[in-house]
Design a protein around this ligand. Structure first.
Ligand code: PNW
Length: 508
């Protein structure tokens, strides 16, 4: 189990999670220094080249960028509801306007083209298309995505469409949402509508974004919508996500030809907190929970042992045929990787007896004993990207992979019309070196998407965390390409990794 991401000021204390967080904080201080030098940083390659058909793009999600939360017939999502609950979001911020992408999509596609991207990953808002989640269709909502796809195609950018990035229609949540098996059918109906509308022009589909994070943050820790804290519900939701992926996959494959369908997973390599047998065992358990819980059913058709045994009465009901339906229902795996975590034996944690954490509790950008942490408090650990990709290659049958998210939040400053975000640029550089290294060792990586195209609404952290290649001044909505964006353009157009001391047109 792992700690919820802190919502910063305005979030409520979570009493049951506080003790382990404090304990972890104390241990981390010592342990980062201890094994930092043990872990190789990965070779600095002088010339890193990517294949001609490699996708280079950026990623976004509907709720985080679109705004227009109640325009043109859109219904409310669980996030529209959640952000209105007291104390849930940093400074009570909301995605009502976000970065106004719904109205500025043309400008944003032009930005993407300016970044040299040949691909763009965005998500469709289910309640924009089906305001009640099912039943009456909202053509105006669907039209927005038709226009967006046309705009992308005419700019030579391949759309990668995520069908669910956490913004479930509120009316469906009121019927139990993904905790109910009915939701699988509602989801399949919704997918059919979107695929029928866009399937002639969209060839790359992602059924779900990070089902593990959605289940854990939304239903176990409650720091994301719908804010439920119930381990039984969380595991039911996880199982239903696996079935929903299978149902979505079948719908898309059945209604399109030549499409490629994947599911995006958050992969977080988990390391032992200390080099002892107990913590090594804890790390194995934590890896099963954070990574194998979805990879095993998808690739092997079974839940990971011994985690599954340990879960005992928490285990969701698995009906005959479920695992067969789940297995192999993807053409590619989408990998989101940002950081690593640490696990230690924690007998007071029910069932799995393990706690994991990756964040320094102060949640600010800083360097601790030579290790860079982002403004999410996440450790910069490029080697973890290599590990995540090689895990899929070595243990899960080497399917095609897209890195569907990778990036970092730093405390950027807009000065004289420039954002000199050298830390982000180095982060991207060092992670891409690891992507290339995994490819050299046989991982079948087809593309890479930076999270994110532009600064946006970072869930419980509101607008306080900036992940973009493009800076957004939120009051004026003015967009400014950061130095990392100029660097990315160099990368995407040359397919060669520019050095970190890049001095392109961003510097002047
Ligand atoms: C992703 N972790 O979530 C989401 O897909 C995005 O919507 C989000 O904005 C982005 O990452 C940045 O947070 C994650 O704990 C949630 O390592 C948690 C983790 C990673 C990604």
């Amino acid at each position: 189990m792992r700690a919820p991401r802190r919502a910063g000021r305005g979030s409520r204390g979570r009493v049951p999670t506080l003790f382990p967080i404090l304990a972890a904080a104390c241990m981390i201080r010592h342990e980062y220094r201890r094994d930092r030098n043990v872990l190789e940083k990965g070779p600095r390659m002088s010339e890193v080249q990517f294949p001609d058909d490699f996708s280079f793009g950026a990623a976004t999600a509907a709720y985080q960028i679109e705004g227009a939360w109640n325009e043109d017939g859109k219904g409310p999502s669980v996030w529209d509801t959640f952000v209105r609950r007291r104390g849930r979001i940093w400074q009570a911020q909301r995605g009502d306007v976000a970065v106004d992408h719904y109205h500025r999509y043309r400008e944003d596609v032009a930005l993407l083209a300016g970044l040299g991207a040949n691909a763009y990953r965005f998500s469709v808002s289910w309640p924009r298309v089906l305001p009640e989640g099912r039943g009456a269709l909202n053509e105006r909502g669907l039209d927005f995505y038709r226009r967006l796809v046309d705009e992308l195609l005419s700019a030579g950018i391949t759309p990668f469409v995520t069908l669910y990035h956490w913004d479930l229609p509120q009316t469906l949540q009121e019927r139990g949402g993904f905790a109910e098996r009915d939701c699988i059918g509602w989801y399949a109906d919704y997918v059919r509508i979107v695929v029928d509308a866009l399937g002639d022009r969209v060839k790359h589909w992602i059924t779900l974004n990070e089902p593990w994070v959605n289940a854990v943050s939304g239903f176990l820790f409650g720091d994301h919508a719908p804010g439920i804290r119930n381990p039984w519900t969380a595991l039911r939701v996880a199982h239903n996500f696996l079935l929903a992926n299978a149902a979505g996959y079948e719908v898309i494959k059945g209604r399109t030809s030549g499409s490629s369908v994947g599911v995006t997973l958050s992969l977080i390599p988990v390391y032992p907190m200390r080099q002892n047998d107990r913590d090594r065992a804890a790390a194995r358990m934590a890896n099963q929970f954070a990574n194998d819980l979805f990879l095993d059913p998808l690739c092997h058709g079974s839940f990971p042992e011994p985690l599954w045994r340990r879960l005992g009465v928490l285990r969701p009901r698995v009906r005959p045929g479920d695992m067969e339906a789940i297995k192999g229902r993807f053409d590619f795996i989408g990998v989101n990787n940002y950081t690593r975590e640490r696990a230690f034996s924690a007998p007071w944690i029910p069932f799995i007896g393990v706690w994991m954490t990756g964040r320094n509790p102060d949640g600010h950008e800083h360097v601790d004993q030579g290790v860079q942490f982002t403004s999410m408090g996440w450790e910069v650990f490029p080697h973890g990207m290599y590990e995540a990709l090689m895990l899929i290659k070595e243990r899960y049958g080497n399917p095609p992979i897209y890195v569907t998210e990778n990036g970092a939040a730093f405390e950027d400053r807009l000065e004289d019309g420039r954002v000199r975000d050298s830390k982000r640029l180095s982060y991207l550089h060092d992670y891409l070196v690891e992507v290339r290294r995994a490819m050299d060792e046989g991982a079948d990586v087809r593309g890479y998407f930076v999270w994110s195209l532009m600064d946006n609404f970072e869930w419980a952290f509101g607008y306080s965390k900036r992940f973009g290649l493009v800076h957004v001044d939120f009051p004026s909505q003015r967009r400014t390409v950061k130095e990392s964006g100029h660097w990315f353009r160099e990368l995407a157009t040359s397919r060669r990794l520019p050095s970190v001391d890049y001095r392109g047109n961003g510097r002047g």
